[in-house]
Each structure stands twice: as C-alpha cells, then as structure tokens.
Design a protein around this ligand. Structure first.
Ligand code: ZN
Length: 389
C-alpha cells in the first residue's frame, strides 16, 4: 500500500481543502483520503512536503498528432503512420509530465489515437489515459481535411459518424466552422447546414457517443447548439470584427446542458497577437464573464499541438488563463478535473480524489486555491498509483 502525504488537498470539487491529507492507494485506486491521517503499518509513505494534491488533470482538447512546430500541417502530411505514432507517444509523455493524466484527442489521422489509447491502457506509466475522436468530420477541403475525415450531405455525415462508432471512438468531433489552421476554410462561417449537423448529432447519440463541435465563431456556436451538440470547442463567440457572446445562445446552452470547452492559454513569450486578435481581448473578458454569469458549464482544454506557443505539456497555462480571464481558482481547477471528467463520461473513476477513484494525482508546490500559478510547479505525478514524475 502507498500513502501520500502533503500540506493540502483539493478533491476536484469541494472548495474547502483537506488539511495535511493522507491518501492511501492500493491496486491503482484510492482507498482513503483523511485529514491528518496516520499511515497504515507497512505502507510506503511518500511525503510531498509543502505540496497540494490535486486530481490528475483532464485536458478536454488536444491534438497528439500535431507537434506545435511552425509547420504543423506539413509535418503531419509528410509523416508516415509509424513516425506520427512515435510523435504522439512523446506528446502524451509531455502532457503526463505536466500533470495531465487524461487527454481527449480531438483530431488525429488514421485513428492512430486509438492505438495510443490501447498502449497507455496496458501501461499507464507510458502516457495519459486517451479518449479519442479519430479524424474530425469535416467538409471536402474544409478545416483539417488533411486528417482524412471529409464527409458531406446528410447521408455522408451519418456514414462518417457510424464509421467512427464502429471503430470504437470515445467522442465524435465535427468541424462545424472553418479554422485558422486550414487555408481556404473560413473560421467565421459554418461549413455544414442544419440538416447535416442534426444528422450527425442523431447518429452519434444513437450510438451513445457524445458529439462535440469545433466553433470559435458565434455563427457556428449558434448552429451547433441548435443542432443539439453536447459541447462546443473554443466557444469564443468570435465575429468578423469582434466578439459577441449572444445571451440567447448562452441561455440555450444552460437549458440544454451544452458545455463550453475553452482552449485559453499559451506559453508566455510568444509573438504578440496580430492587431485583429489583440483588439478582441477586452470583449473576450466581458464575454467570458457573461458566460460564467449565465451559468454555462465550462471545462478547460488546451488545444495542445496546434501552434508553437501551445506545445504538449502547456496545460497548466490553460488552467491559469481561466483565472486571468476572471474565473476563480476553484472554478478553473474544477474545469480541469471533476467537470472535465463529467463531460468526458469518466467521472466515476477520474477527476476526483476520493475512495474508489483511480489514483491519478498531481502534486504542485504551494497553494493553487490562493495562487493559481502554483499549477506550473509540478512536484509529483501519479498515474494509476504509479509515480511518473
Ligand atoms: Zn483543436
């Protein structure tokens, strides 16, 4: 039996931290969590000193196949499957070292993330638990078409979703709008009509799969929410010339339980954003405040891999960025743990430090509940009870 000691513990939900916690672990699962508890005789005690224990992070949005280089698209297109899978393994290890014990991969090529899912299930120390979407469903020539998920028309989209269900994906991802990464696609306009989107949702739900929409733009978010998507990736309500968090859409998200999967944050020291993006910053803060006030359930993703300032392992910057944009540390940490696990359908085992849960634990120096930047100072990571950092 393993016994972890630390200064404090946030269980993933409760805003009251556990003082001087003792967490016992056996068979990869948490057995007990006690304040000021005594280690059972014979237990191997790991004292993490001044650290705070948190549930291992659940990053709701990564691309393990993207390498955060200056030429993400070209590098994917030129790589063979073996080479790409090797990069994905390295990406997973980088995420795990940052405390991310579960990743939801929202766009691979050739369903390679399913192979990584099997590998890290067999050996949890090899990488995070992987939830996989396979290649995102997109229009011919549309956003990320080069990943191989092109489909059009009601029948085409339905067949694409069915194929993913048959492959055994954990979630279906649809590129509802274009994206910046893909020349020729328009990030501000829907790629699909309402009938195609509804068909995708119906088919995913028929297979009991969640379905999530790529949509930065207000127009794309509105059509995805109307079609019944379970969550919206990015969800920044961008318009051609600014930001418009539409109150009616926010209220509908709350009513229907549609989750916003934010992808804030990046490494510091990157190039300054172009003026068109920079001028949106105040509107973004006000809009996120409106979304928070409306009561939209929000989770924390990183979009790791897509840009040089978003390398794998940058997740702590996404958590901290939520606090910089007005969320409380407890809200940001819930968005990164228990709420993220609920969206991903793994809340029975992940996202919480309590008896019966998987012993996926990240320890950080200091107290992230009062200073969120503590999430950058990872002192230990456990995956299924095995220490990997
Ligand atoms: Zn993405």
């Amino acid at each position: 039996m393993l016994a972890l000691r630390a200064r404090s513990l946030f269980d993933g939900a409760c805003p009251e931290p556990v003082d001087r916690p003792l967490v016992t672990v056996e068979g990869g699962r948490i057995v007990s969590v006690e304040a000021r508890g005594a280690a059972p005789p014979g237990a191997t005690v790991v004292d993490l000193g001044d650290s705070t224990l948190l549930p291992g992070f659940v990053d709701t949005h990564v691309h393990l196949a993207f390498d955060a280089s200056d030429d993400v698209v070209g590098r994917v297109r030129r790589a063979g499957d073996a080479e790409l899978l090797e990069r994905m393994r390295a990406a997973g290890r980088a995420a795990l070292a940052a405390g991310v014990t579960t990743v939801r991969d929202l766009g691979d090529r050739g369903y390679l993330s399913l192979r990584l899912r099997a590998e890290t299930a067999a050996d949890p120390t090899a990488g995070p638990k992987v939830l996989a979407a396979g290649p995102p469903v997109t229009t011919p020539g549309g956003h990320c078409w080069f990943l191989g998920g092109q489909a059009e028309g009601v029948e085409g989209v339905r067949a694409a979703v069915r194929e993913r269900a048959e492959r055994g994906v954990d979630v279906v991802k649809v590129m509802v709008t274009g994206g910046d990464l893909t020349p020729g696609s328009d990030p501000y306009r829907p790629q699909y009509g309402p009938a195609e989107l509804r068909a995708a949702v119906r088919e995913a739900h028929r297979h009991e799969l969640p379905i999530t929409a790529h949509a930065h733009a207000a127009s794309g978010i509105a059509v995805a929410v109307a079609a019944g998507f379970d969550s919206i990736e990015h969800c920044f309500f961008l318009t051609d010339d600014g930001v418009h968090f539409d109150r009616r859409v926010l209220d509908e998200m709350v009513r229907a339980g549609v989750v916003a999967s934010l992808t804030l944050g990046a490494l510091p020291g990157g190039p300054p954003p172009p003026p068109r993006i920079a001028q949106r910053a105040p509107g973004m803060v006000a809009g996120l405040a409106a979304m928070r006030q409306a009561g939209v359930t929000t989770v924390c993703g990183s979009d790791s891999g897509v840009f040089p300032v978003k390398p794998h392992g940058c997740y702590p910057y996404s958590v901290a960025a939520m606090v910089e944009r007005g969320y409380t540390p407890v809200e940001a940490l819930r968005a990164a743990t228990s709420t993220a696990a609920r969206l991903c359908g793994i809340a029975a085992h992940k996202g919480c430090l309590a008896p019966g849960y998987d012993a996926d634990v990240v320890a950080v120096a200091g107290d992230p509940l009062t200073d969120i930047t503590a999430v950058h100072a990872v002192t230990a990571v456990f995956r299924g009870g095995a220490r990997v950092v």
